[in-house]
Design a protein around this ligand. Structure first.
Ligand code: SF4
Length: 485
């Protein structure tokens, strides 16, 4: 195994979307919405607004607070807009890949923001390139722009719906023209997208925590296969792809790890689901111990659930440094390995002489978990029992979550006993797949492919996140980060 790659024990997240129609100015709301979706991506952020005549955009690399630190709301005026926070699941970390993408077609301007991963992007991209099209990013999302510009779709009714119908894989899109904001989810419903109302304005967000942040009332989720259009005449819904019976594949990892605990995702509160995971873990893998300790923040809810069900008290054995960012979001491995050492500190007095149960959400490569076990022992823990609120992550994700390849996943190559030995723990217990699905009344509606290897949509040619990368420099004509169009 490549040692350099074995540095993070969390998958990195995908992207976050936030859009508004009918609030003037829209920009401050989008900023707040993106700010509360920051946990979904920290590589870059962008906002595009429209005043009905002109689109204005600003985007850059880094955190929302950094990207928009010197951007005045006066520069981004309009009553509608869409925003995006990015972690690259395809394409490298460079400004061209930061979304929303803005393009000018023969019939007007379009802005597009995407969460997910298109499994037929390579095929579509090749098709358009062979026909002479020029791509300016290495993201899968750009193929939608070409579909929208294609005369085959452009000149026909229901153009957007037809273009979306060509896509395969996981996608939630926000699309904006000068006149309207559109929101859609793929027919499998992999990625979440909610609709809210703020006075007369319509709001769209990847998670409901962002709706709450701006004071919007949650109305409902965008349905899988649905295209929703917000314009001057109200909110309109249509179906661009029929959902095949039993074809719903909502990403269960949103519940395990990605989403914020105060969000409602796929109709359930994330904190409560994680609490249920912890309780189930206590039933499936009980052990005599003195304290339960969470790996903050992702293990907090499950640790509480474990503690309550087992009767073993919860204590704060790890303190997280909140001022260095979330290390597993840093896309470069060397950044990750440096950051991990800074991220968590053990409270020696809490664990000294104790039998400690450590609860975390997942183990990806195993090296971070191993380091934490070592630290607990160095701090004087008598026993260390690791409990994981997801099953062994043994398969890569092709739908927008940046897991490593199977070779790099520790559970892709080793059984639980070997992983336990690698971690140096006294015991290791993962929740079962049954347990993972137990909180949901509609268990069949979830994707669990990274645990089971059963992929609901054929991965096709989907490769690594840089599969569409053919150029490593900056494109000179794409360097500007602020534009009035
Ligand atoms: S493979 Fe795993 S991470 Fe990817 S969509 Fe399915 S459940 Fe989510």
């Amino acid at each position: 195994m490549n040692k350099k790659m074995l540095t993070s024990d969390h998958p990195v997240e995908e992207c976050g979307l936030f859009g508004v129609y009918g609030a003037d100015p829209a920009m401050p709301l989008i900023y707040q919405g993106l700010f509360s979706l920051q946990h979904r991506g920290q590589e870059g952020a962008g906002i595009v607004v429209s005043d009905g005549k002109q689109l204005s955009s600003s985007k850059g690399q880094g955190l929302v607070s950094e990207v928009f630190a010197n951007v005045s709301a006066k520069k981004l005026q309009g009553h509608m807009g869409i925003g995006h926070v990015r972690y690259s699941t395809t394409g490298s970390t460079r400004i061209q890949n930061v979304q929303p993408l803005v393009v000018e077609c023969v019939d007007g301007l379009w802005a597009v923001a995407h969460n997910g991963n298109l499994v037929n992007a390579s095929k579509l991209r090749r098709m358009y390139q062979e026909a002479g099209a020029i791509f300016q990013t290495s993201t899968d999302s750009e193929v939608l722009v070409h579909l929208l510009a294609d005369p085959l779709y452009r000149n026909r009714p229901q153009r957007v719906a037809r273009a979306l119908g060509e896509l395969s894989g996981a996608f939630a899109f926000l699309i904006m023209t000068r006149e309207c904001v559109m929101a859609c989810r793929d027919p499998n419903g992999f990625r979440p997208l909610s609709i809210g109302k703020l006075g007369d304005a319509w709001v769209f967000a990847s998670e409901t925590c962002a709706l709450k942040q701006v004071g919007a009332e949650y109305i409902r989720d965008v349905n899988p296969g649905e295209l929703v259009v917000a314009d001057a005449t109200g909110l309109h819904s249509s179906t661009f792809a029929e959902q095949a019976a039993g074809a719903l594949s909502q990403c269960v990892f949103e519940m395990v790890y990605f989403a914020r605990p105060d969000s409602h995702v796929f109709g359930m509160n994330v904190h409560q689901v994680r609490m249920a995971y912890g309780a189930r873990l206590a039933e499936e893998h009980p052990v005599d111990a003195d304290i339960v300790v969470a790996v903050p923040d992702s293990g907090n809810s499950a640790a509480l659930g474990y503690s309550r069900r087992s009767g073993i008290p919860l204590d704060f054995g790890f303190i997280r440094n909140h001022y260095i960012g979330r290390t597993f979001i840093m896309p470069e491995q060397d950044q990750r390995s440096q950051g991990v050492d800074l991220k968590l500190a053990v409270v020696d007095e809490v664990v000294q002489g104790k039998r400690v149960i450590v609860v975390d959400d997942s183990i990806v490569r195993g090296t971070t978990a191993r380091r934490r076990v070592m630290r607990l022992r160095e701090a004087g823990a008598r026993e260390v029992h690791v409990r994981i609120s997801s099953p062994p992550t043994a398969h890569p994700c092709f739908y927008g979550i940046d897991f490593p390849t199977r070779d790099e996943l520790i559970a892709g190559n080793q059984d639980v006993d070997s992983i336990c030995a690698f971690l140096g723990a006294d015991s290791l217990g993962y929740i079962s797949i049954d347990g993972l699905l137990s909180p949901f009344p509609d268990k069949q509606n979830f994707c669990k492919a990274c645990f089971s290897g059963e992929y609901p949509v054929e991965p096709g040619e989907t490769g690594c996140k840089k599969a569409l990368e053919t150029y490593s420099g900056e494109l000179p004509f794409m360097n500007k980060t602020e534009r009035n169009i």
